[in-house]
Design a protein around this ligand. Structure first.
Ligand SMILES: NC(=O)C1=CN([C@@H]2O[C@H](COP(=O)(O)OP(=O)(O)OC[C@H]3O[C@@H](n4cnc5c(N)ncnc54)[C@H](OP(=O)(O)O)[C@@H]3O)[C@@H](O)[C@H]2O)C=CC1
Ligand SMILES: Cc1cn([C@H]2C[C@H](O)[C@@H](COP(=O)(O)OP(=O)(O)O[C@H]3O[C@@H](C)C(=O)[C@@H](O)[C@H]3O)O2)c(=O)[nH]c1=O
Length: 283
């Protein structure tokens, strides 16, 4: 059936964790969803061709380089996808009068704060992934079009590769998990529902926003919650350090108050987000 009254929406990176959730949440919209095989965002010719043919009202960019440790040795690739391609996408979106919805990360902050970061607080990434995402944010802002950037954090879902699925699926009976990093685990489903709300109630108030499930906890506390809710019976030990190639911020909780008020949206808590994902995981 042709949806003539709906605004056209392009989703890039549609088979990733967030792309999958957004595709599902927007099932009532006129969606053109592309996996990395169908649309490589680093190829500006492909981008141009798709956008020119579809003439979307929104472009939702879920395509990204997200391998935090690997980025330390694949710097060029991380920047090519997270910054250069994003710059081109913003330019083409602007050319076709499309609104770009892009996602960034809590890893743009250095983690030295003790209270939640606001969206205009100074950024200072401590790893290549965070730096490449920040470069993407800056490139978009320079284009100065109709662009939303949502910084999200510690994303998980019952699908895709993420911390929740790793804890839930590993055969290990004993897990040593860091309790020296604090953030806000965020359900991809809740991000997707919010984006659907935005599409239906767009205040046209463009800029950088924070969106995370409300509350904060350490990775250790998150692992314990997953263990308990899924009745996994694992031994979860708190460790002060877990050696990784890339550094992670010690504290990356983000203040989402502006998002709630500008979009007139009540953002779900971490426990509500987890409850829903647990239900999906079990079903
Ligand atoms: N995961 C997290 O914890 C967080 C994520 N974010 C941000 O949220 C967004 C979505 O992340 P998430 O869904 O978790 O990431 P995923 O890694 O799950 O998905 C990213 C998708 O992008 C695709 N992709 C990679 N390169 C290209 C390319 N050149 N052209 C087109 N598609 C490409 C990948 O396809 P393929 O697999 O085929 O390469 C994959 O499907 C990103 O911007 C990320 O930075 C922010 C904070 C936390
Ligand atoms: C496997 C493992 C990890 N850890 C730690 C390492 C790390 O600090 C934390 C989470 O590990 P991950 O590799 O899932 O986390 P990480 O890749 O750092 O997750 C990040 O991804 C990018 C894309 C983002 O944008 C961030 O918001 C954030 O979600 O758990 C342990 O403590 N014990 C373990 O056995």
């Amino acid at each position: 059936m042709k949806r003539i009254n709906l605004k056209k929406v392009i989703i890039t990176g549609a088979n990733g964790m967030l792309g999958t959730a957004i595709k599902k949440a927007l099932s009532a919209q006129d969606v053109y969803a592309f996996s990395s095989n169908e649309l490589d965002i680093t190829c500006s010719q492909q981008l141009h061709k798709k956008i020119a043919a579809i003439q979307p009202y929104y472009i939702i960019n879920c395509a990204a380089y997200t391998a935090v440790d690997l980025a330390e040795t694949e710097q060029e690739k991380a920047y090519r996808i997270n910054a250069l391609a994003v710059q081109k996408m913003a330019q083409i979106a602007d050319q076709y009068d499309a609104t770009l919805i892009h996602f960034s990360t809590d890893y743009v902050f250095n983690g030295d704060a003790a209270t939640p970061y606001t969206s205009n607080q100074e950024t200072d990434p401590i790893n290549i992934y965070g730096a490449s995402k920040l470069a993407g944010e800056k490139a978009i802002s320079q284009v100065n079009g109709n662009h939303y950037i949502f910084r999200i954090s510690w994303l998980y879902a019952a699908h895709g590769k993420n911390f929740f699925n790793w804890v839930a699926g590993t055969d290990l009976e004993e897990l040593n998990i860091v309790d020296s990093q604090t953030g806000s685990p965020t359900s991809a489903l809740d991000v997707a529902n919010f984006i659907n709300h935005l599409l239906n109630n767009d205040p046209a108030n463009y800029g950088v926003y924070h969106f995370t499930n409300q509350g904060e906890m350490t990775w250790y506390a998150f692992a314990k919650a997953i263990n308990q809710k899924l009745d996994l019976g694992k031994n979860i030990n708190a460790v002060a350090e877990f050696k990784t190639i890339a550094k992670r911020p010690a504290y990356s909780v983000m203040d989402c108050e502006k998002t709630g008020s500008i979009f007139n949206y009540s953002i779900p808590s971490i426990s509500d987000g987890l409850e829903q994902v647990i239900t999906l995981y079990k079903s």
